[in-house]
Write a protein that binds this ligand. Structure first.
Ligand code: MG
Length: 157
């Protein structure tokens, strides 16, 4: 059986935060705000996986009212969701993502993100797509005030 899931996330880019995206710390004067480390790319992937298994969404599993997940590395949430997925007999076939950011440039960090994310997802590097786009200066994302991420995940058992 094959199932597909879809995820989206957006976080404001604010001063005084580290920029964590795709499990990588990226040198940049601002970072993504949020209850966790703000890693919207990992959040979108988590939501795509949960959407595929039908287990709800990241907000339901890891509510931001939970002090335990305050400042948590989103990779830990992804590892937790992968453990659930495997316990259900699922494996990930492939994941594809889009990161919409006016800056920083995503492409120079894609290889590093894959190195972190592929082992967690049980994928080789061809199984994970990470594509950087700008928003052509339109809206909050285009003004560099936020980064938005989209993800699809195909799973099978
Ligand atoms: Mg989020």
């Amino acid at each position: 059986m094959l199932k597909i899931g879809f995820g989206y996330d957006i976080h404001p880019l604010v001063p005084g935060r580290k920029l964590v995206l795709g499990g990588l710390e990226i040198p940049f004067p601002r970072g993504l705000s949020g209850h966790s480390d703000g890693d919207g790319l990992v959040h979108a992937v988590v939501d795509a996986l949960l959407g595929a298994t039908g287990e709800g969404d990241i907000g339901r599993l890891f509510p931001d009212s939970d002090p335990q997940t305050q400042g948590v590395a989103s990779l830990r949430l992804l590892a937790d969701v992968m453990a659930r997925l495997r316990a259900g007999g699922w494996r990930v076939v492939n994941v594809d993502t889009v990161v919409v950011a006016e800056e920083p440039q995503i492409l120079p960090h894609v290889a590093g993100m894959k190195k972190v994310l592929c082992p967690l997802l049980g994928l080789d590097e061809a199984g994970l797509g990470i594509k950087g786009k700008t928003n052509e200066r339109f809206g909050h994302v285009g003004e560099g005030r936020a980064i938005a991420c989209w993800a699809v995940a195909l799973i099978e058992k």
